[in-house]
Write a protein that binds this ligand. Structure first.
Ligand code: UDP
Ligand code: MG
Length: 316
């Protein structure tokens, strides 16, 4: 690695015509610094991934390429969302680089952290997560909802990195392992830790967007959060089963209460039998749903065709 590794910076872009002319030169600057310092190879480049933008993002990318051929681009036929366009970009560069760094187009993630990430990579880390040291520039709502979401995910047994979005470096090896994940419901923040390998963390300050508005309205954020849990965990279904079992035990107390009321003669005709069957059948139905859910969970995991193991190193 004496000439330095070839690094690809992969940027998902949706309606970023205003941000790209500011952010791309900044990232080229970072590449220049790293090339000068002999940290990366001069062939390192940027891949802008247009996610079916409605504005002139693709034209902007074409212009930037004309100015500097290190700026490359791909364009999706439709808007497929942040996660999918990012995967498209990573899969495009995976055989043309030693490591790829994914970063948003809006400079909210400090691009200087790339230098630190590459240093970690050169020291042997295969995945380096960018982690926000503070969320001061996020709105109160975004901050609180994000933290509630991380905690909920953790409780549901999903392994993710706290305060890490999709700003990360992945080695060529890690990218090849990522390619083995065939699932359609992409939640990269869960998949990448699932890959394993040697990981490192680089912290940075999160800034304001350089231009334009957030492309993540509340509705997209919510569906992303639900994806994040349901793509990784069958726990919600287990909760149904547990509730059913708890109710079944409660049935004993209910039965005692109903029978006392019945023998004291303070019930109307038919109430006792109705109460008992409603409670008993209710818990049986929940238990039944939980059991079915357990099988559906297994089927769900099977159809994803996730790799069953990942070999990190090999001596032959
Ligand atoms: N993005 C995308 N497709 C989408 C939505 C967003 O490629 O459908 C990109 C967007 O251009 C940006 C990144 O994903 O580079 C993160 O989006 P944004 O900055 O709007 O999200 P926020 O930082 O507000 O969570
Ligand atoms: Mg942003």
């Amino acid at each position: 690695m004496s000439a330095g590794p070839v690094i690809a910076i992969v940027i998902p872009c949706y309606n970023e015509q205003d941000a790209l002319p500011v952010s791309i030169p900044k990232m080229l600057e970072i590449l220049d610094v790293m090339v000068t310092d002999n940290i990366v190879a001069p062939e390192s480049y940027i891949l802008c991934c247009n996610d079916g933008s409605k504005d002139s993002t693709w034209q902007t990318i074409t212009d930037l390429h004309a100015q500097d051929p290190r700026v490359k681009g791909i364009s999706l036929a439709h808007n497929r969302g942040h996660q999918k366009v990012l995967l498209a970009g990573l899969m495009t560069v995976r055989n043309n680089c030693d490591a790829a760094v994914s970063i948003d187009a809006d400079l909210q993630d400090d691009p200087k952290a790339i230098i630190e990430m590459v240093k970690r990579f050169r020291q042997g880390d295969e995945i380096v997560y960018g982690v926000r040291s503070s969320r001061a520039t996020d709105t109160w709502f975004k901050r609180t909802s994000a933290h509630a979401f991380y905690s909920l995910q953790k409780k549901m047994g999903v392994e993710t990195v706290f305060d890490h979005a999709d700003y990360r470096l992945m080695s060529n090896n890690a990218l090849n392992l990522l390619a083995e994940y065939g699932e359609a419901n992409l939640f990269l923040r869960g998949i990448v830790p699932h890959i394993g390998l040697k990981t490192g963390i680089v912290t940075y300050e999160r800034a304001e967007r350089v231009a334009g508005e957030s492309k993540y309205p509340l509705s997209k954020m919510l569906s992303f959060s639900i994806d994040g849990i349901t793509s990784f965990s069958a726990k919600p279904m287990r909760i149904i089963f547990t509730i059913g079992m708890i109710l079944l035990f409660l049935d004993i107390a209910v039965a005692i209460w109903v029978l006392i009321a019945y023998f004291r003669g303070i019930t109307i005709h038919g109430w006792a039998s109705l109460m008992l069957s409603v409670w008993f059948l209710g818990s049986l139905i929940l238990i039944g749903l939980g059991i079915i859910g357990e099988y559906i969970g297994k089927i769900y995991i099977e159809v994803k065709h996730r790799p069953r193991y990942a070999i990190a190193e090999k001596i032959w």
